[in-house]
Ligand binder design. Structure first.
Ligand code: NAD
Ligand code: IPM
Ligand code: MN
Length: 351
């Protein structure tokens, strides 16, 4: 049976880049079945919620979900729990995609597009494994207490259970075994209880199940510094939800542009994965046809590899993106002047 890919284009440049990923998918695998749905501001406008029950049910029934981006100025004043970004958090939680893989890979053609010197990033290949369904993003209690003058406050809870740390660390170990075997686990164990617990739990898991993996611990602030000082020292970076978010945006710039960074969010074996570019809805360039489609197309590549068991097609697609970039297919964020469709055409020509 051919798998079903649920497309959730979302807002801003989301629909522009997902449409290009769909063209590529149709070309690569004509039998693939597509469904589409709404998320984020688009869903809020149509159904009054940023993620409907129907979309979540369909997501769980699909083989993989390819999501564009959510959010934008049109929904800036919407009540907090209806904001487009809540739709994203809800689908991640609802699909239980706890392991978010964000590969920072520098294509040879883009070595000079990075803000870092060539020798620092030539051959760069890092995998960030970010915990995606817990931590300070979801911890309870949280809230804002207003009306107390200077004593008013906002707060949340940074909380990780042993089970949550272990299941994502296990994935980081497994991925490292297929790469260079090194995991750098990052937290703020010097100031945070949840960070100290994270470190202890990862250390214990490594002693029990870490064969073939070299484990290092690095404080998250130092990790950010090392990422721009000597990025090639890293193989797999394991992080909680918040630090993984920050570190992956920083790592994005090593690859030339945030428009290059895909992601895969995985759940337990056999459950569908969620695939999305790391970038957002880019309201500043939406509607102009100039967004870089590579992050979305490479997210499709990750879906082929991790959910649809077609590493052959994934390899072909990855190589085609590399060749298209080699041939000068660049959007403005990479210093080029091609539009979204033209870059995709170049990738299709290389397939
Ligand atoms: P952003 O990633 O949307 O944009 C940051 C900068 O990068 C902008 O200058 C933008 O033009 C550029 N950029 C991003 N993607 C690009 C692409 N594919 N090609 C070329 N340039 C690109 O981040 P932001 O501006 O901080 O956030 C905008 C909105 O997106 C907010 O509402 C935010 O909450 C949301 N957001 C959503 C996601 C997501 O859906 N996964 C991720 C991040 C931000
Ligand atoms: C990301 C985004 C999201 C996050 C936001 C939009 C909820 O920044 O996917 O990196 O913080 O996880
Ligand atoms: Mn982010």
């Amino acid at each position: 049976m051919t798998p079903t890919l649920l497309l959730l284009p979302g807002d801003g440049i989301g629909p522009e880049v997902i449409e290009q990923a769909r063209r590529v998918a149709e070309h690569l695998w004509p039998e693939l079945a597509f469904e589409t749905g709404l998320i984020g501001g688009a869903s809020l406008d149509a159904d009054g919620v940023p993620l409907s029950v129907d979309t979540l049910v369909r997501a769980k029934q699909s083989d993989a979900v390819l999501l564009g981006a959510v959010g934008g100025p049109a929904w800036a004043n919407v009540e907090r729990n209806l904001r487009p970004e809540m739709g994203l958090l809800q689908i991640r939680k609802g699909m239980d995609v706890f392991a978010n893989l964000r590969p920072a890979y520098c294509f040879p053609a883009l070595v000079d597009a990075s803000s870092l010197k060539r020798d620092r990033i030539d051959g760069l290949d890092i995998m960030i494994v970010r915990e995606l369904t817990s931590g300070v993003y979801f911890g309870e209690p949280r809230g804002i207490e207003r009306g107390l003058g200077d004593k008013s406050f906002g707060f949340e809870t940074s909380r990780y259970t042993a089970g949550e740390v272990k299941r994502v660390a296990r994935i980081a170990f497994e991925i490292a075994r297929g790469r260079r075997g090194k995991v750098s686990s990052t937290e703020k164990s010097n100031v945070m209880e949840s960070g100290l617990f994270w470190r202890e739990t990862v250390t214990a898991l490594h002693q029990a199940e870490g064969e073939g993996v070299e484990l290092h611990h690095i404080l998250a602030d130092a990790c950010a510094m090392e990422l721009v000082r000597e990025p090639k020292q890293f193989d797999v970076i394991l992080a909680g939800n918040l630090f993984g978010d920050l570190l992956s945006d920083a790592a994005a710039m090593l690859t030339g542009s945030i428009g290059m960074l895909p992601s895969a969010s995985l759940s337990v074996e056999g459950a569908p994965g969620l695939y999305e570019p790391v970038h957002g809805s880019a309201p500043d360039i939406a509607g102009q046809g100039i967004a870089n489609p590579c992050a979305a197309i490479l997210s499709l590549e990750m879906a082929l590899r991790w959910s649809m068991r077609r590493p052959d097609l994934a390899d072909r697609l990855f190589a085609a993106v590399g060749r298209a970039l080699e041939g000068g297919a660049r959007t403005h964020d990479l210093g080029g002047d091609l539009g979204t469709v033209a870059v995709t055409d170049a990738i299709l020509d290389c397939l």
